[in-house]
Design a protein. Structure first.
Length: 186
């Protein structure tokens, strides 16, 4: 049994695994995390909307699970999804792996410009902490998900999460620049 959290603007008791963006890290699916603090940091304010963290339990015992580490296979899968290529792991019910931190967008931009080798790109992608995302990819996975509760984030919780996110982003940018300098990339 896995405890999961999903941040959004609605209470979602029965998620639709076909709703999300196809060019997200792990392709289309229902994105969750097992880290409630990270779920709070995922929050983004939208005028007129409450920010809601939904809490679930997932029985993954009968699911086909693909688990990634922050390595070249993970990088290739995310890069493929970002470019809207066919989903290499569409036959899996659940995909677990690191969230691509904010530097991934800059790294992908540099890679597609031809300035980085895959090895250099991996050095940049290893910058920062390794938060996990757990993506439900199939109806079977959604059927094994039990809604537990939801929480509306207070203004103080939102401000605290935003401050943590900003702090994380500053750290990523500083480390990203340091690693690029070490590789002598301008």
């Amino acid at each position: 049994m896995i405890i999961l959290f999903h941040t959004g603007y609605n209470i979602i008791e029965k998620p639709d695994v076909h709703y999300g963006r196809k060019n997200a890290d792990f392709g289309q699916g229902f994105y969750t995390t097992d880290d409630v603090d990270f779920a709070h940091r995922w929050a983004r304010e939208q005028d007129g909307c409450d920010i809601i963290v939904n809490h679930y339990e997932l029985d993954d015992s009968a699911l086909k699970v693909k688990e990634f580490k922050r390595d070249s296979e993970w990088f290739r899968y995310i890069f493929s999804n970002r470019r809207m290529m066919p989903d290499l792991y569409s036959d899996y019910d659940l995909i677990i792996g690191p969230i691509a931190n904010d530097t991934i967008y800059e790294t992908f931009g540099i890679i597609t410009s031809g300035f980085l080798s895959d090895e250099e790109a991996m050095k940049l992608l290893l910058v920062g902490p390794c938060s996990q995302q757990i993506v439900l990819k199939s109806q079977k996975a959604a059927d094994n998900l039990k809604f537990v509760s939801s929480e509306i984030l207070t203004r103080d919780m939102i401000l605290e999460a935003a401050a943590k996110h900003q702090e994380d982003s500053k750290f990523y940018q500083t480390e990203f620049a340091r690693v690029m300098k070490e590789m002598e990339i301008e």
